[in-house]
Design a protein. Structure first.
Lengths: 415, 169
């Protein structure tokens, strides 16, 4: 690679934020020494800015009308005001994201007035939830989903910056997301690819990180720390700015790990298939006991939920053997509406788990090697005041499996 | 009739704002951050416009304000990875003022039409959707280096085109 080629490669990595220290030092050295290199880099920066404006709109109107069209100070001032307004409008017109799973008591305001909650959101919009409200905001870039809980207020500052004015927000951010920041009155949280929960009270902000990491900046003095997965930190009156290990989220299930040595809390009545689960030491992933799932069997548990709230499910599964290879289905964990447990109205489900190879491509099927424990997770939005979680043998084959460590929580479990 | 303050500011600022944006992009490397910063810098420049002496060039004065805003931004939010020193970026950005780059900017749209469809799609993902290089590599199932080299090739083609008015394959 020639020196020129190396320069272009380094310059491109720099513009993408992917250059190493050594690359940046080398680039800086060349830029200091050589006027032609500075000229080329300037053209690259100009091109980079120009490409952004061509594709996403300029930050400011490109030109004023010729001077001969200005007919006085009043008109000129009007044009200036129009230009500044147009600038603000161009910045704010881009869709930031859309709301999904819009529960009751969700209000969206634009310029101080309520708008249709299903409208694409822009910078400056504000989303509020009432005592029974919950809603998800999916960013247009598909880099994150922000779930707002009850009694919360979120202002959209820009496509990558939000302010949680009060309440609780659960964020799921893809690692590829380059920049996302959520502020509170007390702190600034910079997201580095993560799942986290932000809770804002009158005097303090707490961030709990489930995966990835965030950078937390205390607004009053600029002090900052990084909070890694499995940790939490508080910014506020009397709190030291330090990360502490997270407490495990509360498990809404009783006896989720079968450590009573019995199926206590679990209902092995299954309206579709014959009862089929045994609790024993041979089925344990951790602790003393686990549950064995036999062909055409399953277990389930009903627990209270709040409509519109997101819940996170985690469990471990081990396929022992397939007595008869299925053509469809497998072992599956499903969430049903709890109000009428005879109707089995499914809300969400895990993939079907079988031995390899997976029966079909796609996320609906998961292949697990025989005898190997797999952690499986999914989330659901509760449809009513109670939900049933059921682990079933749901297939035309015959599979023997063990299941353990069932957790349903209101926050993502740490990895 | 003499221009009033607002009109003078707009005329000067709009003529130079792309250079400012390019400088800010070089400092923070992220479109959203750079756009937020440009908005902030513009507001500060407007507030301080009464202090600006119009016998002096506008851009160096504007860069002084931008530099302080970037430094403040770094203090509040930290830097994302290694960054070129601000004085190096300012030397580079001065070229944007001194060279006749605004003419290249207007040729860029025409040059984009000359790219292959897959090249235009890569640029659309990067510049309209704001998909990062790392995410692009993931989407395309290629290494980061491979996607970077694709972008390098596209950018060099566009540089040639805007400078010379033709595209050389």
């Amino acid at each position: 690679m020639s020196a020129d080629d190396r320069f272009y490669e380094r310059a491109a990595l720099y513009l993408e934020g992917e250059a190493s220290e050594a690359d940046v030092d080398a680039l800086a050295g060349r830029l200091r020494e050589d006027a032609e290199t500075r000229r080329v880099f300037a053209r690259l920066l100009d091109q980079h800015a120009g490409l952004r404006w061509i594709h996403a709109g300029p930050a400011f109107p490109a030109a004023l009308p010729p001077r001969r069209e200005w007919k006085g100070a009043a008109v000129a001032a009007g044009l200036a005001l129009a230009a500044l307004t147009a600038w603000a409008a161009l910045r704010s017109e881009r869709t930031v994201g859309t709301l999904e799973s819009i529960g009751p008591e969700v209000v969206v305001e634009r310029d101080g007035r309520p708008i249709e909650a299903s409208s694409p959101l822009r910078a400056g919009d504000r989303v509020r939830t009432g005592a029974a409200g919950a809603v998800s905001l999916r960013l247009a870039s598909e880099s994150a989903t922000l779930r707002l809980r009850e009694e919360s207020s979120l202002e959209v500052k820009s496509a990558s910056r939000f302010e949680l004015e009060r309440g609780t927000l659960v964020a799921e951010v893809a690692p590829r997301a380059r920049s996302l920041a959520v502020d509170s009155p007390h702190a600034a949280v910079e997201v580095l690819g993560t799942e986290f929960v932000l809770a804002v009270g009158p005097r303090a902000t707490e961030v709990s990180v489930r995966s990835g990491r965030v950078r937390l900046v205390r607004k009053r003095d600029g002090a900052a720390i990084e909070v890694a997965a499995g940790h939490r930190a508080v910014v506020g009156t009397g709190a030291d700015l330090a990360a502490h290990p997270l407490r495990p989220p509360e498990n809404l299930l009783r006896n989720g790990g079968f450590e009573t040595g019995t199926p206590e809390g679990w209902d092995d009545r299954d309206a579709i298939y014959s009862p089929g689960a045994a609790v024993g030491r041979e089925f344990a992933a951790a602790g003393g006991f686990g549950a064995g799932i036999v062909p055409r069997g399953g277990i389930g548990q009903k627990f209270p939920t709040r409509p519109g709230r997101t819940y996170y499910v985690s469990f471990r599964l081990r396929v022992e053997r397939e007595r008869r290879r299925p053509s469809w289905g497998g072992i599956r964990v499903m969430a049903f509406r709890g109000e009428d447990d005879r109707r089995f109205v499914q809300i969400a489900a895990s993939p079907f788990v079988t031995l390899p190879p997976a029966l079909h491509d796609g996320s609906d099927y998961l292949a697990a090697r025989a005898g190997e424990w797999r952690r499986v997770r999914f989330s659901f939005i509760a449809a009513g005041d109670s939900t049933i979680l059921r682990c079933s043998h749901f297939t035309d084959g015959e599979i023997e499996a063990s299941a353990d460590d069932f957790v349903v929580s209101e926050e993502p479990q740490p990895e | 009739m003499a221009e009033d303050l607002q009109t003078r500011f707009l005329r000067l600022h709009m003529a130079h704002q792309k250079a400012l944006f390019a400088y800010l992009l070089g400092a923070v490397r992220d479109f959203g951050r750079a756009e937020d910063l440009l908005q902030q810098v513009t507001l500060v420049l407007w507030k301080k416009f009464g202090q600006y002496r119009e016998t002096s060039p506008y851009l160096p004065w504007a860069f002084g304000v931008a530099r302080r805003e970037v430094a403040h931004y770094y203090r509040e939010r930290g830097r994302r990875g290694p960054t070129l020193p601000l004085e190096v970026l300012e030397d580079v950005a001065r070229v944007l003022e001194e060279e006749r780059l605004p003419e290249e900017g207007s040729a860029l749209s025409g040059c984009l039409e000359k790219l292959q469809p897959d090249q235009r799609e890569l640029l659309r993902l990067r510049y309209e959707e704001g998909v990062s290089l790392r995410a692009l590599a993931e989407r395309l199932g290629q290494s980061l280096a491979a996607v970077n080299m694709k972008l390098v090739r596209i950018r060099r083609l566009l540089l040639d085109c805007t400078a010379q008015g033709r595209l050389e394959a």
